[in-house]
Design a protein around this ligand. Structure first.
Ligand code: BG6
Length: 484
């Protein structure tokens, strides 16, 4: 059920996030018929430009590789839904000007209620002034108001609390939509169904069956020009503390009472609260160095030459509750690795020894990207005369099984949820608080707040990561399957 009369303001319209994610997602929703009737998009940024230039920039990232005339026509229609206002992020007259622009557009709604969605695709330094000015100047009194914000939500527990409390002075929790775009990914959403709609899965989902779990993020490119931002944050704040921890919480939470957003988020918070802060001894840090003609992290001009910022991290988390006690959850992420892959690997325990010796363990793999898939490694009798077990797979690869279905981009799914007012796939304030509690002690150690900064292990660009990685995972009980 769409909300008609929706007006979306994209702050930071000329920035990277807006161009790469927000506008392509809005276009994706529009071209598939998922934007509400009478929608209008207002771009807002400091850059002074005319509408032609604005449209050129915002549609520049929309893909139409084969120059499909239908897509080209849709892009033209999409442009008509959108206009631009330039202004500052910290002065009242700019926002009053924006308010006048919005009101002029909403005149066509002829007094019917309006729904305003303010999307802050902005650097964190301006979150608070923009949120405050929007509330003061652009808040609709005859309809709904929603604000979307993106990470980084602070750099540790204290700074996150400070940011949240400043934002809360103008926006209520139920008006706030904090994006973690991993929650919009198809396979992350699928976890709820896989777990709770299948007795076979649910029965094996605990310490009695599972030996260890890995949640891994691998990217085949380095910071490439984003070094300035990255060096301040590092891989743990960029990926582990948010994206991978969100996946972990949905993977391990108890069954919610219903699929209502607060029921789901209550369960996520509960399981996160059972995770103690990560210990230094359970962290492996790495930084990529130049190899095979590719530059190292320190070769990036935007990175200080003596930086010890980790571009790879593996950490072990433990969940102290009835279901998961004693099962290590290994979260690992790295830039400039050998492939692009994000996946969950749940490795089962060994079968009781006796009739079978040296057979591979079962493993359930949920591949989040690329090529969404769920597959279960299991042993079967080798076909033919011999009576022997061989490792094989039950494979649900989406593009083979669901040939006609378009899988939405994460940002499309999330913007649609925000338009509908569904909070399930957004991060609640208390989730953030508990997520920072888990990571803040090791982040302070890495930042050098408690003595010398730890030195990350070097790994070559394009490799699997630091050489210590296999030992790190092996110690936690992971056994490589014969087929790998
Ligand atoms: C972002 C990080 O949140 O996620 C980036 O800041 C990273 O460093 C990106 O590249 C990965 O997103 P995706 O959807 O491509 O896996």
């Amino acid at each position: 059920q769409f909300r008609d009369n929706t007006l979306i303001v994209v702050f930071g319209a000329s920035g990277d996030l807006a161009k790469k994610k927000t506008y392509p997602a809005l276009f994706g929703l529009y071209s598939n018929g998922y934007l509400p009737k009478d929608v209008h998009i207002v771009g807002y940024a400091r850059t002074k430009m005319d509408e032609e230039e604005y449209h050129k920039r915002t549609t520049g990232y929309i893909k139409n590789p084969n120059n499909d005339p239908e897509v080209a026509a849709k892009i033209e229609e999409f442009k008509k839904l959108s206009s631009y206002v330039s202004g500052n992020y910290d002065d009242t007259p700019s926002f009053q000007n924006l308010a006048r622009h919005i009101e002029a557009i909403e005149k066509s709604y002829q007094g019917r209620g309006v729904n305003r969605l303010f999307y802050l695709a902005l650097p964190p330094s301006v979150f608070v002034p923009v949120a405050k000015h929007v509330k003061e100047c652009c808040y609709a009194t005859n309809g709904t108001n929603r604000i979307i914000v993106e990470k980084p939500f602070g750099k540790d527990l204290d700074s996150c609390r400070e940011l949240l409390s400043s934002l809360k002075q103008s926006w209520k929790e139920d008006e706030t939509y904090r994006i973690d775009h991993y929650l919009g990914k198809e396979m992350v959403k699928n976890l709820l169904v896989l777990r709770f709609a299948n007795v076979a899965m649910g029965a094996a989902w605990d310490k009695n069956s599972i030996s260890n779990v890995q949640i891994s993020f691998k990217e085949p490119f380095g910071t490439e020009g984003r070094g300035g931002y990255f060096d301040e944050f590092g891989i743990i704040r960029d990926i582990l503390q948010n994206h991978l921890l969100q996946v972990l919480s949905i993977l391990t939470m108890e069954r919610p009472v219903s699929f209502a957003s607060e029921d789901i988020r209550d369960e996520k918070v509960k399981v996160l609260r059972a995770i103690p802060p990560i210990k230094r001894e359970e962290v492996l840090l790495g930084q990529y160095v130049g190899a095979n003609g590719k530059p190292g992290y320190l070769d990036d001009d935007t990175v200080p030459k003596d930086s010890v910022c980790p571009t790879f991290a593996a950490t072990t988390l433990w969940i102290n509750n009835e279901r998961w006690e004693g099962v290590p959850f290994i979260l690992k992420a790295g830039k400039a690795l050998n492939e692009a892959k994000v996946e969950i690997r749940m490795q089962f325990k060994d079968v009781t020894q006796g009739i079978f010796k040296d057979i591979s363990r079962n493993e359930l793999v949920i591949r989040i990207q690329p090529s969404e898939a769920v597959y279960l490694k299991l042993n079967a009798k080798t076909p033919g005369y011999a009576f022997r077990a061989i490792p094989t797979e039950m494979d649900l690869t989406y593009k083979r099984r669901f040939t006609d279905t378009k899988i939405p981009e994460a940002y499309e799914a999330l913007i649609l949820d925000a338009i509908k007012g569904d909070h399930s796939n957004f991060v609640r304030d208390d989730e953030l608080d508990v997520a920072w509690k888990i990571f803040t002690p090791i982040l302070h150690w890495i930042d050098g707040k408690e003595g010398p900064r730890p030195k990350p292990s070097p790994y070559p660009y394009g490799s699997r990561g630091p050489k210590e990685l296999d030992g790190f995972i092996g110690k936690l009980g992971y056994k490589r399957a014969a087929t790998e």
